[in-house]
Write a protein that binds this ligand. Structure first.
Ligand SMILES: C[S@@+](CC[C@H](N)C(=O)[O-])C[C@H]1O[C@@H](n2cnc3c(N)ncnc32)[C@H](O)[C@@H]1O
Length: 229
């Protein structure tokens, strides 16, 4: 018989009420028009820009997919830990890393909420497309995880759907559980309100449509650079 005894029990129960994406299926079938699949070897422009202006030793990427950002960082002498829920994506990421001879990256398949990260600290955390797929009840826990693994004054790069960008609909948090929506877009105001808690907001800007082998960016996103306060 189910018995909710901890916050994690409650979150696990609420997870059952959301649609979610079958990410293994997504990466196997490859039939969705998702640009990050098409440009799966091109890092985000914001990651390239960040590295031009900052010297960092290590980074952690949540929801790394097929590893495009993690591999770029590793090829630029940053030690990277990268995780993704999808074992298929992680297998592909490992293969891509080998092809790129990116030695300083460790990939791990798993749910970021279940990882044991308590002894780990990073100068940079990257989330390109995970936050907007999290159900509302997981957000606070996520902010805590990001904050906990960042060094003091560590940076957080967040790329997520923007409300008027055409990538996904903004959705009321109560309605999210009744809808079939698998991702939610954010307004700048919501991002500032949520991430302003515990983070300095260095920049939030609308993405542009850039598609090059060296870097990629889309106009349906907000690109955020935050710093642990
Ligand atoms: C929109 S895709 C972006 C992938 C990659 N960051 C990129 O831009 O190429 C979102 C990724 O987040 C992963 N993901 C979603 N929820 C996750 C969770 N709870 N823990 C770890 N990864 C998760 C998915 O498996 C998927 O690969």
């Amino acid at each position: 018989m189910n018995f909710i005894n901890t916050l994690e029990d409650l979150y696990d129960m609420l997870d059952l009420y959301i649609q979610g994406v079958d990410w293994d299926c997504f990466y196997m079938e490859r039939n969705k028009p998702a640009p990050f699949l098409k440009y799966n070897k091109s890092p985000d422009k914001c990651v390239v820009d960040f590295l031009k202006g900052h010297s960092i030793r290590n980074a952690c990427e949540f929801g790394c997919g097929e590893g495009r950002n993690a591999i770029y960082l590793a090829c630029n002498n940053v030690a990277v830990k990268a995780c993704d829920l999808s074992e298929v994506a992680i297998e592909n990421a490992k293969r891509n890393a080998q092809e790129s001879k990116a030695g300083k990256v460790t990939f791990e398949a798993g749910n970021l909420f279940a990882l044991d990260l308590k002894d780990e600290k990073y100068e940079l955390v990257i989330d390109s497309g995970v936050f907007h797929h999290l159900p509302p009840h997981r957000r606070l826990q996520y902010r805590e995880i990001v904050s906990d693994i960042l060094e003091e004054k560590g940076y957080f790069i967040l790329v997520c759907f923007s409300a008027d960008g055409g990538g996904a609909e903004e959705v009321d948090d109560y309605d999210f559980y009744k809808s079939k929506q698998t991702g939610a877009a954010f307004t700048e105001e919501k991002l500032r309100r949520f991430w302003g808690e515990g983070f300095e907001i260095i920049e939030i800007r609308k993405g542009e449509d850039i598609a090059q082998p060296q870097m990629w960016e889309s106009s349906y996103t907000y690109i955020c650079l935050l710093r642990k306060a």
